[in-house]
Design a protein around this ligand. Sequence first.
Ligand code: COA
Length: 330
Amino acid sequence: MATASTIILGTGSYAPARILTNADLAKMVDTSDEWIRTRSGIRERHIAAPGEATSDLAVAAARAALADAKLQPKDIDLLIVATVTPDQPLPAASCAIQHKLGIPTHAACFDLNAACSGFVYALDTASAMLASGRYRHALVIGAEKLSAITNWKDRTTCVLFGDGAGAVVLGVSHEPGVGLLGTKLGAYGDSADLLCIPRGGSSNPATAESIAAGDHFIQMKGKEVFKIAVRAMEEAARDILEQQGLHADQIALVIPHQANLRIIESISQYLELPMERFYVNLERYGNTSSASIPIALDEARRAGRIKRGDITLLVAFGAGLTYGAALVRW
Ligand code: COA
């Protein structure tokens, strides 16, 4: 019998109703539609309603993925939620999501924080757990309410982020050569300070002063992060292709983390793969961190951009600084 591999049985995504355009942002901070579009490619982003939490976005995406997979919450025995914006610091968002969806109490539920690479990390983790033979169906969600940790007075970051969620249902197949072919994960912990929330954790609990200074919001040295992101995503893509003995030309579609159009264009040049082979939706969502790849994956599938037999490359980069790549054959 062929060895078991992890396959994607269904995908789903959700974005909150409210749309914040670049023109809206130009009324809030000293910026312009032109600056945001030319520097990042972003035109608008979705913003959750005040009472809408990350778990609400996740549940909507998960329901769509379960329906696509023709499975019920009772079929799930592993739930991994990639997020940097859980509903509360404690407990994990996955437990709220389990409860809201009605996933059984025997299911393992936990959150995973690898920032914008979180979905690829979660995919790899779920795949390893499924390969152990102790789980049958995994629900992997990337969900973020970044608007809750964005400093809306900081024009260098607030124009970049958005809210949303994407989900996949995973199962096991014995058909040779399909599913998750391989993954490559890594991190540059020495550059963690370039993209972080400085206060509010155990090393630096929040104080009234730190909150007044906005140190409980995301801070980023964009230019430095940009350079490392390009290099790390290019290397991760090259490594995973080499690992699987594949050439870039065999990739039908690349689903990159949606942070900046210029980063994606640079990867396209490096891999010598035309931009038509890259799925890009950041103009409508901004950077939704761990939700960006599963949202794009779901949209690409529903738009008919992924066909049976196609090889898809997922490639991510985020705070940590983490990176990850995964190859999937459908
Ligand atoms: N509107 C107008 N001007 C702005 C601005 C805004 N929203 N934000 C910054 N500026 C200004 C800066 O103050 C700077 O002015 P100065 O030259 O007078 O100092 C100028 O625009 C250029 O800023 P800079 O930061 O050098 O721009 P950039 O070309 O590097 O683009 C980013 C900025 C953030 C779009 C880009 O660096 C980026 O995308 N970085 C990586 C982001 C990323 O991928 N993060 C997530 C990883 S998961």
